[in-house]
Design a binder for this molecule. Structure first.
Ligand SMILES: Cc1ncc(COP(=O)(O)O)c(C=O)c1O
Length: 402
């Protein structure tokens, strides 16, 4: 069972923020890094640093082994093959890679892409921009009056590619990826999943999810910035051309053209973020060492408490699914009559870090008629005491701002 002791793994919790203990509830924006992960990153840079795949000397071989071992750890975490995992700098790059390499090679003018109105901008804009270049149509995934996908209407639609989040970073709602995959594959359509908010809160067994592409950012799961992965289903790796060109991804080069690797390494153009990949694997191993079950069951309790505390207040409007069981990781809300930035500033003065604004989901905010919202999002080091501190902070804001 997880206890507050886990916070000792994260030096940031020794800090005082405006004289208070740090209550970090901005995990959907980014999580904190355990010291162990930073130590492994530092060990790599201090004792093993060398370029990969190019040298026969000891350091280069060590570096290559560590980099490829990191790919294996990432693949194991997702329950997919090593040959299906490309390293990317974040989920945004994962989406752009597919939008500007797979789509041009496999979709044709007039084909339709579906995206949902509850996506992060990073899972809207790559498709919209690629569609402009390729002459594709972009349409909306149909939703029920609630926040669930309308499968009946979806199965009647004509489309070739669908991009959706596993978990919404604004509503916390969870999409049933296996069910969406069934609908897509019956039509011969491809499914891209943005796992940025799913990876830290759900068992992201990508083989079981059945999607064709899945991407996530390392920094949302306790790894450093600039790290992440993109899963490409085995049978689609050869159908996805390289996204960038340069050293490290070629078979042969002339001044007129290049012959490129067919395998997943074709996405490693230039010197990759070797230390980052190693640190990503270190964070995933740290996560596994605590145990996915223990993390998810603690988060479920904390989220339930967060949701019930916020939704029981008459002057707080909570957005998204009305039952805590249908969401993971976060609750977005507003204190009536108070701008989200004002509330977030007062909370900060009490040591409570939350996000305010539109969380890169402008269409979703607009759709609900909102200018902005406050988002409290949890991680593996959050417990009931953090939610109590948030609620105390909101009480103080009421006195100051209302
Ligand atoms: C659902 C979702 N998708 C994509 C992203 C983009 O992640 P990154 O900025 O790490 O590329 C985020 C970041 O908040 C997100 O929440």
């Amino acid at each position: 069972m997880l206890t507050e002791k886990i916070r000792t793994d994260f030096p940031v919790f020794t800090r005082k923020i405006n004289g208070n203990r740090l209550v970090y509830l901005d995990n959907s924006a980014t999580s904190q890094c355990p010291k162990k992960v930073i130590d492994e990153l530092s060990d790599y840079y201090l004792y093993h640093r060398a370029n990969v795949h190019r040298g026969v000397h000891t350091l280069s071989e060590e570096s290559t082994d560590m980099y490829e071992a990191a790919r294996k750890v990432t693949a194991r975490f997702l329950n997919v093959k090593n040959t299906e995992v490309a390293f990317v700098k974040n989920a945004t790059e994962g989406a752009n890679l597919i939008a500007f390499s797979f789509l041009p090679a496999n979709l044709k003018k007039g084909d339709t892409i579906l995206v949902s109105k509850y996506e992060h901008h990073s899972n809207i804009l790559p498709w919209v921009e690629s569609a402009k270049l390729l002459g594709l149509n972009v349409k909306q995934i149909p939703f029920t009056k609630g926040y669930a996908i309308d499968y009946e209407r979806l199965s009647k639609m004509d489309f070739t590619f669908l991009a959706v989040n596993q978990v919404s970073n604004f509503l916390g709602s969870v999409n049933d990826i296996s069910k969406i995959a069934d609908v897509c594959h019956k039509k011969g359509a491809y499914l891209f999943v943005d796992g940025a908010q799913g990876i830290p809160h759900l068992p992201s067994n990508v083989t079981n999810l059945g999607c064709d592409f899945y991407t996530f950012s390392g920094h949302k799961i306790y790894a450093p910035f600039g790290t992440g992965a993109l899963y490409i289903k085995d049978s689609l790796v050869s159908k996805t051309p390289p996204f960038m060109f340069g050293g490290g991804m070629i078979k042969s080069v002339t001044l007129e053209s290049g012959d490129y690797l067919n395998e997943i390494e074709k996405f490693d153009a230039g010197t990759p973020n070797i230390g980052g990949a190693i640190a990503l694997a270190s964070a995933l191993k740290y996560f596994e060492s605590i145990g996915k079950k223990a993390i998810f069951s603690n988060e479920e309790k904390v989220l339930h408490y967060l949701y019930s505390q916020l939704s029981s207040q008459k002057d707080i409007q909570v957005y998204g699914p009305t039952k805590a069981e249908k969401r993971v990781g976060l609750v977005s809300f507003n204190l009536k009559g108070v701008h989200s930035h004002d509330l977030a500033s007062i909370l900060d003065s009490e040591g409570v870090a939350v996000r305010s604004g539109q969380h890169c989901t402008m269409p979703a905010h607009k759709g609900l008629g909102l200018v902005a919202s406050v988002r409290a999002s949890i991680g593996l080091y959050n417990f009931q005491d953090d939610i109590d501190a948030l609620m105390e902070g909101i009480n103080i804001a009421r006195k100051v701002l209302k």
